[in-house]
Design a protein around this ligand. Structure first.
Ligand code: GDP
Ligand code: MG
Length: 163
């Protein structure tokens, strides 16, 4: 049986980078400027021998806006409803921000299974952010580096019981 995984989280945490890594093709747009990808994107993903459908969420974010735009929220809720499991990404380098807490609340209210991952976790500079992620109350964060392809073995072990 296959499943659908939605990658959710605030802009710029590395959702599209992870999507691209899981899909292995450049289907989602990645940019240094948040707000480049604008909708939900689906791809066929693989981690080891586990195959699934992955959804990348994006929105019309404004980098200078402190609060999470309504469209981003709406798209996330749509992705959550389509998914069997949500992979909630936070940025280990930035630490936990107010918008991360908003996402955690959406997921707690709306999602079934949630896997928490602290991305950009390559190197010791990310250690504090990874530890901070425990405060979201969503369990132990997986240490990921979407850009460097690190932590996918841990992701695998979280996906194995879902498959
Ligand atoms: P999204 O807005 O959540 O889809 O984030 P993107 O995938 O567009 O990535 C935002 C920025 O973070 C880009 O500059 C990426 O290169 C960078 N990024 C993504 N993953 C990592 C990572 O594992 N480590 C580091 N250092 N940077 C990353
Ligand atoms: Mg994106």
């Amino acid at each position: 049986m296959s499943f659908t995984l939605a990658i959710v989280g605030r802009p710029n945490v590395g959702k599209s980078t992870l999507f691209n890594r899981l899909v292995g093709k450049r289907l989602a747009l990645v940019d240094d400027q948040p707000g480049v990808t604008r909708d939900l994107r689906e791809g066929d993903a693989r981690v080891g021998d586990i195959r699934f459908t992955v959804i990348d969420t994006a929105g019309l974010e404004n980098a200078n806006d402190e609060s999470l735009p309504a469209r981003m929220r709406r798209l996330t809720e749509r992705a959550v409803d389509m998914a069997d499991v949500c992979l909630f990404l936070v940025d280990a380098r930035a630490g936990i921000l107010a918008d991360d807490i908003v996402f955690a609340e959406i997921l707690r209210r709306r999602a079934g299974k949630v896997i928490l991952a602290a991305n950009k976790a390559e190197g010791a500079a990310a250690d504090a952010g990874v530890i901070e992620a425990y405060s979201l109350g969503l369990g132990e964060p997986i240490r990921l580096s979407a850009e460097h392809g690190e932590g996918l073995n841990d992701l695998y072990s979280f996906l194995l019981p879902i498959e």
